[in-house]
Design a protein around this ligand. Structure first.
Ligand code: PLP
Length: 429
């Protein structure tokens, strides 16, 4: 038995499913989950001593790679001065100022401790500001695990959603409409029927939770118009995309201004953090200024803020984005070429440093397209790559990342291994 298998067996006795977040259990790719003991740069080391080149990056936060010296230095320096006070600190003011400067549509911002919390706050804020209840989210959009957002079924389009988790009250689900990503027509129909009740339209401006799915040209602009016409707030959930594709939000980069933006992951440099920010008159509804309650013992935690500030400063000073995009483009086009040579139906979609190898022909535009992918082929690819020393997200419905710590060496190695894996796959299929 490997060390990871032993750890997994121990874990399953005391942690539900052996994991503290479900996708780590490898449910969709099968096999034994990996245990990691350390990471540096683009590489992680498993409990069995295997070195892996990491294309998951802790699901997004580690844009600078693992244990970046400056970030670790900032964390240690902050921790030495005290890990938490529950009292205001100068660093959180600096962080709020920096976020508002880098994302000018955020006139005010509040720090929280996770992406889930940031989105939960944004929804409550939208409801409190508009005095309305209903929200629109899109199939395949993941916005953390708060009740109102654990609703997925497209069939609930005009009558309210169907919960996708036990424990979510049907009443909560009924307030959530779930059109397909890129289906502006459906959003118009919802607006016609329920426009006066709509508190918010929430969307990932580039979807990352059904693999990488880009909005069609004009789609985000169309949502902005519907929000303006109905009085609903437009919320861009940028927990993944914030600071991923440029040293700002995706909304800012593409010139579509949401009322609220939610952030997480990268802005904490690998420590737990989240943020919600936007129009001043909306943000001023938050307690203690306004009637919408939100609070947190560890909100604005000094260690997390130090890691985030260090990360954001490196991103703005060094602008690693064009290089990450070049490397990810090399990876994606290389993978597509190999797949074509071997006759494997695969389309690797890439944007900046984000990519997803979809086991299907053509780029998905919505969740149903992704569901048509050959999920078993993804699982075989995942395990083939893992055995050769590469860690990809353990699900077809996730996005992979090239970090600033990756270089041509890591891309060459990935493509050489993929040639091997897809060659074997083509023979067995
Ligand atoms: N929003 C999006 C777009 C996400 O991808 C995630 C997590 O992956 C969340 C919200 C929830 O963030 P967290 O896992 O930090 O609670």
């Amino acid at each position: 038995m490997t060390n990871s298998q032993q750890l997994s067996e121990r874990a399953r006795r005391v942690i539900p499913g052996g994991v503290n977040s479900p996708v780590r259990a490898f449910t969709s790719v099968g096999g034994d989950p990996v245990y990691v003991t350390s990471g540096k740069g683009a590489r992680i080391r498993t409990a069995d001593g295997q070195e892996l080149i990491d294309y998951c990056g802790s699901w997004g936060p580690l844009i600078l790679g693992h244990a970046h010296d400056v970030v670790v230095g900032a964390i240690s320096a902050a921790a030495e001065k005290g890990t938490s006070f529950g009292i205001n600190t100068p660093a959180e003011v600096e962080m709020a100022e920096l976020l508002c400067k880098l994302v000018p549509s955020m006139k005010m911002v509040r720090l929280v401790s996770s992406g889930t919390e940031s989105v939960m706050t944004a929804i409550r804020l939208a409801r409190g500001f508009t005095n309305r209840c209903k929200i629109v989210k899109f199939t395949g959009g993941y916005h953390g695990h708060s009740d109102a957002l654990l609703v997925a079924a497209g069939s609930g389009l005009l009558t309210g959603g169907i919960t996708s988790s036990a424990g979510v009250s049907p009443a909560v689900a009924a307030d959530t409409f779930v059109p397909d990503y890129n289906d502006l027509e459906a959003v118009h129909r919802i607006a016609e029927g329920h426009g006066d009740d709509l508190a918010a339209i929430i969307i990932e401006p580039v979807a990352g939770n059904m693999g990488l799915v880009e909005p069609d040209p004009g789609f985000l602009e169309g949502l902005r118009e519907v929000a303006d016409q109905t009085g609903a707030l437009l919320i861009f959930d940028e927990v993944i995309t914030g600071f991923r594709l440029a040293a700002t939000s995706r909304g800012q980069a593409v010139g579509v201004t949401p009322d609220l933006t939610t952030l997480g992951k990268i802005i904490g440099g690998g420590m737990p953090i989240g943020a919600v920010g936007g129009r001043a008159e909306v943000m001023q509804k938050l307690a203690p200024l306004g009637p919408v309650y939100q609070a947190g013992t560890l909100s604005g935690n000094p260690v997390a803020v130090a890691a985030g500030l260090a990360t954001l400063k490196i991103l703005t000073d060094t602008n690693p984005y064009p290089e990450m995009a070049r490397l990810a483009e090399r990876l994606a086009s290389g993978l597509n070429r190999i797949a074509e040579d071997k006759g494997v139906p695969l389309t690797c979609v890439q944007l900046g440093g984000m990519f997803t190898p979809f086991f299907a022909v053509g780029r998905p535009r919505r969740l149903d397209d992704v569901k048509q992918c050959d999920l078993k082929a993804y699982a075989r690819f995942f395990h083939g790559m893992l055995a050769r020393g590469f860690y990809l997200p353990p699900s077809q419905f996730e996005v992979a990342f090239v970090s600033a710590a990756h270089g041509d060496e890591e891309i060459d190695a990935f493509l050489a291994a993929a040639e091997d894996v897809l060659g074997t796959q083509a023979e067995t299929d």
